[in-house]
Write a protein that binds this ligand. Sequence first.
Ligand SMILES: Nc1ncnc2c1ncn2[C@@H]1O[C@H](COP(=O)(O)OP(=O)(O)OP(=O)(O)O)[C@@H](O)[C@H]1O
Ligand SMILES: [Mg+2]
Length: 268
Amino acid sequence: MLYLIKFGGNAISDGEDLSRLCEEIWEMTDSGHKVILVHGGGPEISAEMERLGMRPTKVNGVRVTDADGLEVAAKVLKKINARVTDALYASDVPHIGMPAYACTLCRKAEPVAYCEDGVQKTADLGLVGEVVSVDTGMLNDILGAGVVPVIYPIGSDGVDDLNVNADTMAAGIAAGMGCDEMIAITDVPGVLKDIKDPSSKYDRLTTDEALELIKDGTISGGMIPKVEACIKAVRAGARAVRMVNGKDPDNIVSGISAESSKGTVITK
Ligand SMILES: Nc1ncnc2c1ncn2[C@@H]1O[C@H](COP(=O)(O)OP(=O)(O)OP(=O)(O)O)[C@@H](O)[C@H]1O
Ligand SMILES: [Mg+2]
């Protein structure tokens, strides 16, 4: 099986969470599965922007990015990538870290429509991208050699570097590579009916049900691009996409069957 595992900045900010994930990846690859890793870095990018006196802005959960913001995002993501590759090294997992521009072609995202105080508006996201195509030959060569690609979501349209939401990047790569399953590791138990109540988790959602939850506002912020990414991956052929909490040692990625009630599973 080919798995795409995506994790967010908050999900495994802790070294222990990261080592646990790396041990699991070791087990997955040892039992013959192939794994592609994509990571984000939202909280750390925001913290670094604030430290530099910049104001992080997001629309529908996606970061509006100017040239300075892009520089910060690229710098922070590269650092996180090094931290992840160090952890994989410590767990004896053969791996190669790379920016998304090394293995994908992206284009600038269209301006997005959003609703503010009941008023419909559109926003230009700036240097923000989405995936157009994936260098499947190169990634398959890497995977075929038993190596885990560790990708951070700075893409390029051939002219400009582009900041890509990590979930959007993960879905683009999962779709392009025909991944069997995508696992999105985040900092919440799954999609929640009430964001303040961790016990209000949906165990399973169809893509239509998930879209409805975006429409009715149940899903907001960073969960919007995440759920859109899950839908894209499922529609591209992944049999299931799971969202799990990286802080919960019970949510062992490799141990969760499609039938389990851990996290939220999104299927067609
Ligand atoms: N209905 C919902 N259920 C669960 N979480 C929700 C919901 N609506 C909004 N969210 C928010 O979505 C967040 C997860 O997305 P976020 O972009 O912050 O993290 P991430 O994608 O895991 O990390 P990164 O952006 O660094 O890759 C949750 O922490 C939560 O605040
Ligand atoms: Mg996110």
